[in-house]
Design a protein around this ligand. Structure first.
Ligand SMILES: NC(=O)C1=CN([C@@H]2O[C@H](COP(=O)(O)OP(=O)(O)OC[C@H]3O[C@@H](n4cnc5c(N)ncnc54)[C@H](O)[C@@H]3O)[C@@H](O)[C@H]2O)C=CC1
Ligand SMILES: CC(=O)[C@H](N)C(=O)O
Length: 368
């Protein structure tokens, strides 16, 4: 392990006098959406169910939603047993999205009004287990859509850069373009994006108020949750390796440029989009973008703090083929215009924050 004090000092020195992140932003966007600052009374508070909540993103989102809407108004669910701190921080229940009856029971018994659908089998794991990916990502999604329709819920389903393919424009990729992904994960996300355009769900939207919202996330980078088997996982693992051993073997080529985002930006985008008034949303699926980098760019930025850090390359052909078909950047002007999306983290802030969090986390863990 790198000497902790030295690393923290280097990180804070390198961070210089940057302004604090997560500053409360009060700018008004088009359509009068006031970002970060909308308030809601007790009776307005939604009752939220998060599926697949024990993955990389769910626990962080639950924490932010609970801060905003109250601990007991946000239920985290998954098919795995959570660690103790998850039980302590708010309601957790078992929910398998393939069990329609059980899902319906949860929605009815808990008076759920918003459903955040995070369960998924990601790109790399999906290519190794296509049957599972089809079941979870397509059959499971249909259950979610039907339940949401039946009960007039607001439903948020993330899409991904994986919903684009080699024939999509790559730099940047617009919201609306050719989508011919080559992975089962990508195909299932295009399927999800398109389902709500069918006349059946349009009808339910008009008749029962199904409110479907979808953001195309870039690869998400987080310090205290692990990625679940995707192609962008290297961009999380590299930080842990840098702090722990000072070396890392990367499974993508050094020049593979992909769109990425720090988890705080991703969670804030999701919260703001969930709260945006319906009439502000010109579309139901928006790209959101923050930064793009290659493994080489990321390595250089980490080396500004940890000068001895070494990276070698051992390319995984499955992951590389997936990454080669993905966008290099997403064009997200519509999200910025319609509901006021702004990212706060670029590559230097990302690296500082990740190294600081991981170093502090390791320090705390070794103190107990
Ligand atoms: N993490 C990322 O970089 C990105 C994530 N996304 C999307 O965001 C969402 C959340 O992603 P992550 O948290 O990274 O995924 P993850 O792979 O870390 O977690 C997925 C969760 O789904 C659960 N799950 C699997 N089968 C299930 C079933 N039958 N019933 C209920 N739960 C089940 C798993 O136990 C796991 O906890 C996914 O829809 C993913 O496609 C989109 C773009 C980027
Ligand atoms: C970009 C994603 O959807 C995910 N992180 C993956 O690499 O599969």
């Amino acid at each position: 392990m790198m000497p902790v004090v030295q690393l923290l000092r280097a990180a804070s020195k390198h961070a210089g006098n940057r302004p604090p992140r997560c500053v409360v932003q009060t700018t008004s966007a088009a359509h009068g959406v006031r970002t970060h600052a909308s308030s809601c009374t007790d009776s307005d508070k939604p009752k939220v169910l998060i599926t697949g909540g024990l993955g990389q993103l769910g626990v962080g989102l639950a924490k932010s939603l609970r801060r905003r809407f109250g601990k007991f108004n946000v239920i985290l669910s998954d098919i795995r047993k959570p660690p103790n701190h998850v039980y302590k921080n708010g309601p957790f229940i078992f929910s398998d999205i393939l069990d329609y009856k059980n899902l319906r029971q949860i929605v009815v018994n808990n008076n759920i009004s918003w459903l955040v659908h995070y369960s998924a089998v990601l790109s790399a794991v999906g290519e190794h287990n296509v049957a599972l990916a089809k079941e979870v990502n397509i059959t499971g999604f249909h259950n979610i859509l039907d339940i949401a329709t039946e009960h007039g819920l607001r439903v948020f389903v993330p899409s991904t850069i994986s919903a684009l393919g080699p024939s999509s424009p790559k730099d940047p990729t617009p919201d609306l373009c050719v989508q011919r992904p080559r992975t089962i994960y990508g195909v299932s996300k295009v399927h999800a994006e398109l389902m709500v355009f069918s006349s059946h769900y349009q009808y339910y939207h008009q008749r029962y108020g199904l409110d479907f919202r979808c953001l195309r996330y870039p690869g998400i980078i987080s310090a205290d949750s692990q990625p679940g088997g995707g192609t962008t996982d290297y961009a999380v693992q590299i930080f842990h390796a840098a702090v722990k051993s000072g070396q890392f073997e990367c499974n993508l080529r050094s020049d593979t440029r992909l769109p990425m985002m720090y988890i705080d930006d991703c969670i804030r985008a999701t919260m703001e989009f969930l709260e945006a008034p319906e009439d502000a949303l010109v579309s139901r699926t928006y790209n959101i973008n923050a930064m793009s980098f290659t493994p080489q760019d990321l390595t250089r930025e980490i080396q500004k703090v940890l000068s001895d850090f070494k990276v070698t390359y051992n390319v995984d052909p499955v992951r590389q083929a997936i990454a080669d078909g993905w966008p290099k950047a997403l064009e997200d002007s519509a999200a910025r215009q319609d509901w006021g999306w702004r990212h706060e983290y670029n590559l230097p802030e990302l690296v500082q924050t990740m190294l600081t969090h991981i170093t502090l986390g390791n320090k705390l863990a070794s103190a107990f």
